[in-house]
Design a binder for this molecule. Structure first.
Ligand code: NI
Length: 172
């Protein structure tokens, strides 16, 4: 398995719209395995392919708690087809915005259609944290980050911090 680095803001790739996958083949499955490994290592509960610098519509998710058995989900070309009116607040983080957390309100339930690991069309009803994660990851495929839901002041402050940090580590 190839080790994949997770990119962070302000990498402009994170703002790109990812391209649909035409066929779920072994290359796609290998990429998903790499993504899963990078996600577990980070550790995180969701990862979009664009976060490992591959702007294609692929997401891996595992919301199992540490003491629970692993339960990976693989979603290709995920599309949210319905959202609840009821909202749910959650303190979100993102592997591409390390060590920053903020509360975001999203629909408490959603239904997502996608192709699974074998390329089979599937539909899944999501609630609680899974609803939050799925919406967060599908946002990534459209170049949207959870900080976009914060006030401009808060968002700009976070971005500035990362720009500064990157400048500091770049060779003169
Ligand atoms: Ni994220």
């Amino acid at each position: 398995m190839a080790k994949r680095e997770i990119i962070t803001i302000p990498d402009p790739l994170l703002r790109e719209v990812s391209a649909p996958v035409e066929r779920v083949d072994d290359d796609v499955r290998r990429l998903m395995d790499d993504m899963l490994e990078a996600m577990y290592e980070a550790p995180g509960i969701g990862l979009a392919a664009v976060q490992v610098a591959v702007p294609r519509r692929i997401v891996v998710v595992d919301t199992a708690r540490e003491e629970e058995e692993r339960n990976p989900l693989f979603l290709v070309n995920p599309e949210i087809v319905s959202l609840s009116d009821e909202m749910r607040p959650h303190e979100e983080g993102c592997l591409s915005i390390p060590e920053f957390y903020a509360e975001v309100e999203r629909p408490a339930a959603c239904t997502v259609q996608f192709l699974d690991r074998d390329g089979k069309p599937r539909e899944m009803d999501c609630t609680d944290i899974l609803s939050t994660v799925i919406q967060h990851e599908v946002d990534h495929l459209n170049g949207v980050l959870f900080i976009d839901y914060l006030s401009r002041l808060k968002r700009d402050r976070v971005i500035k911090k990362f720009v500064k940090a990157k400048k500091a580590e770049a060779p003169a």
